[in-house]
Design a protein around this ligand. Sequence first.
Ligand code: MRU
Length: 359
Amino acid sequence: MSLESLRYRRGSLRVLNQLLLPQRSCYEQIGGVRQGWEAIRAMQVRGAPAIAIVGCLSLAVELHGGAGMGQGKAGLETFIHDSLRYLVTARPTAVNMARAAEELGAFTSQEAQREEVTAESLRESVIQWAEAMLEKDLRDNRSIGEHGARHLLQASPQDKVTVLTHCNTGSLATAGYGTALGVIRSLHALGRLAHVYCTETRPYNQGARLTAYELVYEHIPATLIADSMVSVAMKEKGVSAVVVGADRVVANGDTANKVGTYQLAIAAKYHGIPFYVAAPSTSCDLSLAEGAEIVIEERPSQELTDINGVRIAAPGIGVWNPAFDVTPHELITGGIITELGVFRPEELREALTRAVKGV
Ligand code: MRU
């Protein structure tokens, strides 16, 4: 059985508390929107797709319990819109929750306008909408894995490829399978993966705590390196490609992802190593023209100064802790791997627009 970031059945949502990994595997109950927001904010659950799924399912659970049902259809509609607006404020950089809020909000308004729709049937269709996110994300990740693995293998002269990745983009960050880690999983399943290097991903250590955990769990041959070792690994370890995830890919292909991604892309370019971003279309935001417009979340200074509650930095030092950085599109030399295929950054806008129109 593969790892699960969350366990859901109608009326009940539990998320794996990722703050406790790898020491303890503990699922915690999310009773509704406030708890969903808190779990996302505290990073018990993290990763762009998982944030949106947990957010929307926390609303589904609360609706199932009867919330918003007291004041008829209009009251329910208001409750849903308010809840979605609130969930978006938990973390600003990943676009998935904002997109889901926009789409589910529009769906809610549209449904509520239909005369034959009652408060009960509106509630049911909103719950179903949120539930459908789980399956879609899993399906998209499998496609990302297949497209990405095929592209990497075509671009590489080697029979087996070595991949370097950053942060955690696996089952723990999604509904399952993963994005960048999904590509790695697919390569491994094909017997074409030589080795994975995963970065520690300071300051929050998603690589050391979570990706390393997933790789060991899946028996994928892998080695952990500190972020400061990526250039020397590229020089000496036969890295064939770098594959990372994304929190927001904007119209020109500029990509916000875990801080440290930008320097990885610069180092990859210097070494002539293809650099790929793997992300579902739900992580793309065509409403922003370029990366400079993306809001970058800044996290508490303790994430940098302390490890497991023990201070490691000199008291009195100032701290800057941006959680993400933006990789300019020109450094994304391998391509952007989506469920629709692999695109050069300049092709992305048109490909996504065509997909929305269904042409
Ligand atoms: O701060 P996090 O752990 O939520 O950051 C996660 C990342 O940056 C991931 O690379 C991104 O969300 C993609 S997850 C499929």
